[in-house]
Design a protein around this ligand. Structure first.
Ligand SMILES: Nc1ncnc2c1ncn2[C@@H]1O[C@H](COP(=O)(O)OP(=O)(O)OP(=O)(O)O)[C@@H](O)[C@H]1O
Length: 505
């Protein structure tokens, strides 16, 4: 599966979402390139709201992408019409996070698994065929062989299907023609008759297939008459897996398949997914936020942040040598089983920003512990982080100088402030004191003067000017330019990797 430029934007212009969260376009997935190779498990990780589920659903065309293409087994899925897409869905399935809400509470396990079989008219009969009225042909195989036969005979063929199990009952007669199977047929030998004999009815076949599937996912055949509420969480997820497997797919999007389960059950479901992959040569896109699970099951891992893939690498490499600061932070949050091993947790401030109005440049920069300062200024990373946080608050106009002054007993009057460009002199010493109250780090020199100048401007209600003054001195490449995921074996969309001379910490 290859996705190129995959994009999904939701409009919140009207409807409940618009009322709840405000209007605008939610950039859930933005220009994503992603390959999932045959037989592998690719992990897709990131915090809640990063766009993982929307990526999975857009790949399967369960939600229509706004832009981009998805290539799967030789077809561009976006170009297929409804019935072609339905046909294709046999090969690509989805396992959902919460089996209770994804299973119909009014349907038994058997009915749930039978549904996709009915939609796709599966399983196919095993048939043996004799052709009458023309050349002698003998065939053994499944129903799809009929199509091949028509192709060989270059003629329309009347097909009679009989059920041997119920006294050679005639099930149906079909004429397979050019239109049915989309091949070129000449008028020669028209009227050839084919008699198909089968020894089981479609229903018997389906029953047998359901029993087989229950066994494959570790459920007892007696559970086919149970309802979802009569099953445990693990059993319900096994039903979800059986339903996905029923039509014999090649590719499965597993959307957080174990997050809703008890830890003790998670390992069993993970092992089951691994066994099934081995047995049926399945390819998985495995969506998760729990990185320990991902480490166990995935061959490669893609890290997603605010609608973009920010890093992708082989699992071992990603865990041992993460590049993107976001990946580093995610990995640092994994509990360490060995308490003697030192691990420093990188705490990310706040949550994922709104995908309606993502930050300019690198979308992670508002939380990044390694934002790159301009080359022209001398500042350590902690102080720069504080400056960036301060700037963010100035952008949002969310600084209340009066309360800070009251809390810090700041007095007016005192030393003058010379601004960095020496053009303005203010006599408001409280700005200097406010710098110390707002910042934990000790700002010095021109960095300190610029902040004090901005505070002075804010005090006069000149927010826009304060923003400009701060931007001129402190603007980072991370906010100016979006980093690009390079074409290399272990790419990371981060300016630190395009500028190797920069000290990260
Ligand atoms: N139908 C929708 N309409 C509007 N916004 C949506 C819709 N579906 C998802 N979103 C928004 O798109 C963004 C990405 O959501 P998505 O569910 O893909 O993220 P996720 O990483 O899978 O998170 P989670 O793990 O919580 O499911 C979120 O901001 C979400 O609110």
């Amino acid at each position: 599966m290859s996705a190129r430029g995959l994009t999904k934007h939701f409009s919140r212009a009207d409807g409940i979402l618009g009322k709840l969260f405000g209007e605008g376009t939610v950039k859930a997935v933005d220009d994503v390139d992603l390959d999932v190779y045959e037989g592998e498990t690719l992990g897709l990780v990131g915090e809640s709201g990063c766009g993982k589920s929307t990526t999975g659903r857009s790949i399967l065309q369960l939600t229509e992408p706004t832009d981009g293409t998805v290539l799967f087994t030789g077809d561009v899925l976006n170009d297929l019409n409804r019935s072609e897409l339905r046909e294709k869905r046999q090969d690509m399935q989805m396992i959902f996070q919460d089996p209770l809400s994804s299973l119909d509470p009014r349907q038994t396990v058997g009915r749930t698994i039978a549904e996709p079989l009915e939609i796709h008219d599966q399983p196919e009969f095993d048939v043996s065929a004799n052709v009458f009225g023309g050349k002698d042909v003998e065939l053994t195989g499944t129903e799809s062989l009929l199509g091949e036969l028509v192709e060989r005979e270059e003629s329309d063929i009347a097909v009679t299907i009989r059920d041997q199990a119920v006294g050679s009952l005639e099930l149906r007669t079909e004429v397979l023609s050019k239109e049915d199977i989309d091949i070129r047929i000449s008028e020669r030998d028209r009227g050839l008759t084919l008699s198909i004999e089968i020894d089981r009815s479609k229903r018997d076949l389906r029953d047998a297939r359901i029993t087989e599937l229950l066994g494959e996912v570790g459920l007892d055949p007696t559970q086919r008459d149970r309802y979802p509420h009569e099953l445990s969480g693990g059993q319900r997820q096994r039903v979800g897996i059986a339903r996905a497997l029923a039509v014999d797919p090649d590719f499965i999007v597993c959307d957080e398949p174990v997050s809703a389960l008890d830890v003790s059950v998670q390992a069993q479901i993970i092992n089951l997914l691994e066994d099934l992959q081995q047995e049926f040569g399945l390819t998985y896109l495995f969506i998760a936020h729990d990185l320990s699970v991902v480490r166990h099951i995935c061959d490669r891992v893609a890290v997603m942040y605010l609608g973009d893939i920010v890093e992708i690498a082989g699992t071992d490499e990603l865990f041992s040598d993460p590049k993107h600061p976001y990946t580093e932070a995610l990995l640092s949050a994994i509990p360490v089983p060995d308490p003697t091993r030192e691990s420093e947790r990188i705490l990310l401030e706040g949550g994922v920003p709104s995908p309606v109005d993502p930050p300019s440049g690198c979308s992670f920069r508002t939380r990044c512990p390694s934002v790159i300062p301009p080359e022209s200024i001398d500042i350590n990373q902690d102080a720069y982080r504080e400056v960036m946080h301060f700037r963010q608050r100035v952008e949002e106009k969310s600084i209340d100088l009066e309360s800070i002054q009251e809390e810090g007993f700041v007095t007016d009057g005192g030393a003058n402030i010379e601004t960095p460009d020496s053009s303005t002199v203010t006599d408001d010493a409280s700005a200097q004191q406010l710098v110390d109250l707002i910042f934990d780090e000790n700002l010095t020199g021109e960095n300190r003067m610029t902040i004090a100048w901005a505070i002075d401007l804010i005090d006069d209600g000149k927010w826009r000017e304060a923003q400009d003054v701060l931007r001129q001195r402190f603007e980072s490449v991370c906010e100016r330019t979006p980093p690009v995921l390079q074409k290399e074996p272990h790419p990371a969309a981060c300016h630190l990797y395009n500028q190797p001379d920069i000290d990260r910490r």
